[in-house]
Design a protein. Sequence first.
Length: 309
Amino acid sequence: MADVTDVAFRCVIAKYSRMGEVGGGPHVMWTEFVSADALAHSVGRDRVLHHFRFSQSEHPIVAQIFGATPENFRIAASLVRDMGFDGVDINMGCPEKNIQRQGACAALIQTPSLAKEIIHATKEGAGDMPVSVKTRIGYNKVDVDSWIPELLSCDIAALTVHGRTKKEMSKVPAHWDVIGRVVQMAQDFETVVIGNGDVVDIADARQKAQEYGVSGVMLGRAIFGNPWLFDENRVDAVSVSERLRVMVEHTKLYEKNFSDVKNFSLMKKHYVAYVSGFSGARQLRQRLMEATCAEEVSLVVDDFLCSLE
Ligand SMILES: Cc1cc2nc3c(=O)[nH]c(=O)nc-3n(C[C@H](O)[C@H](O)[C@H](O)COP(=O)(O)O)c2cc1C
């Protein structure tokens, strides 16, 4: 998720969800989406490459790219492969207006021949690295019958289906029944279908996988403030002090990685998620909103935890 699951947060998720251990997870992570156009040009590349920072603890990790120019996908995919990613994913689902104007992301649902050209160019650049697509179930209306076969015909490794149309943005519940139909359509193909939309935890993911037949489930917003989400071995609840200590650790990692390129205020949406559901949370959040660096966040948290003793 753009400006959310950057290298700092993903490292925290990998550590506290025990990625790579039995019962831990996730089994794969994706980066934020990055412009293929920017990646394809030396000047633009320097502006966006920080979005592709990752650490060894995050493997397997897939780089997500977006755009509307096949040749730039070829160049970007080759770069992604050279950087050591485990796969490259093409975003055909983002509904943002300024991106639609470029003909990219969800707009590609309306231009399937360009979408296919983009997949072929990406595969050329990717070599033997797997290429996947993330998309929605239609543009203005549910349209899997014509859209999904176009993608499946390109022999992609995986297809993540967010169960809403572009028009629906995130305003209605995800149509998991339609995701189930996509699974049926993919039966005769090698492509792995991953379902996405409104999944709240691992139990919910397992239930959806069982009911709709998807091979995998992608969780997005459920990870906010909850890097323990994928650890199935965890039995005890996360205490307030542990939650806040991890929030500070996350903040320090963010500062270490991004003090030169990203605004500190981007951390604040994480504070809203970490700091809720306990006594004094509102006042603590207010103080955190005024913090301008990791050191200040750490002091505010120490002060709060002392007040609990
Ligand atoms: C803040 C935010 C940023 C997102 N950025 C991306 C992105 O860069 N690439 C992408 O494929 N989806 C992105 N999404 C969409 C999510 O991946 C996901 O499809 C959507 O939130 C529905 O799944 P969920 O209910 O599990 O969150 C983003 C969503 C949010 C809320």
